[in-house]
Every structure is written in C-alpha cells, then in structure tokens.
Design a protein around this ligand. Structure first.
Ligand code: ZN
Ligand code: ZN
Length: 87
C-alpha cells in the first residue's frame, strides 16, 4: 500500500477515480514513466463534474439536479425526491 496514493499525488492516476491519466502525458503510452508531479483529474471525471455543474436544478426540491433517466426523460438526482419528467 501507499503506492497507489503516491501515484495519485504525482498525477499518474486520477485523483477522483484512480484510473491512469493519459492526458498531457503522451510518453506514458510508450511505456516511459512520466508524471507531472501533482494530482490530476482524468477527462472522464472532468466531463462528469461539468455535466453535474451544468445540470438543471430540480423544480420540485431545492437540492436536487436533473439528470438523464434510464429509459428516457430526466429525473431528479435527489433520492428523496420523486421528480421525473419524460419529454
Ligand atoms: Zn477520473
Ligand atoms: Zn428533486
């Protein structure tokens, strides 16, 4: 243990999901051990965080935000809220 934490701290792994971060690290693909030396967030997590920030607030509760629902439409991401809307 400790190795994964070190790899997150030096930016080899994403600080959010722990996956390898390839972005801005082109030499990694050729097997060279190159890391930026600071924690990073991978593109997937950045896109997810952005989607969360851009989400419409729920009209039914003050804390929820709307997200895509399974099977279509949107639903509130607040588990205590019933809100669901199908276009
Ligand atoms: Zn990530
Ligand atoms: Zn809601």
């Amino acid at each position: 243990m400790g190795e994964v934490a070190d790899m997150i701290i030096d930016g080899t792994l994403c600080q959010e999901c722990g996956m390898l971060v390839y972005e801005g690290n082109p030499l990694k693909a050729s097997g060279a051990e190159v890391s930026p030396g600071f924690p990073r967030t991978c593109r997937v997590c950045l896109v997810e965080a952005k989607a969360e920030n851009d989400a419409e607030p729920c009209p039914e509760c003050s804390t929820g935000k709307l997200r895509g629902a399974r099977g279509g439409g949107v639903e509130c991401n607040n588990p205590d809220c019933w809100y669901w809307f199908c276009f």
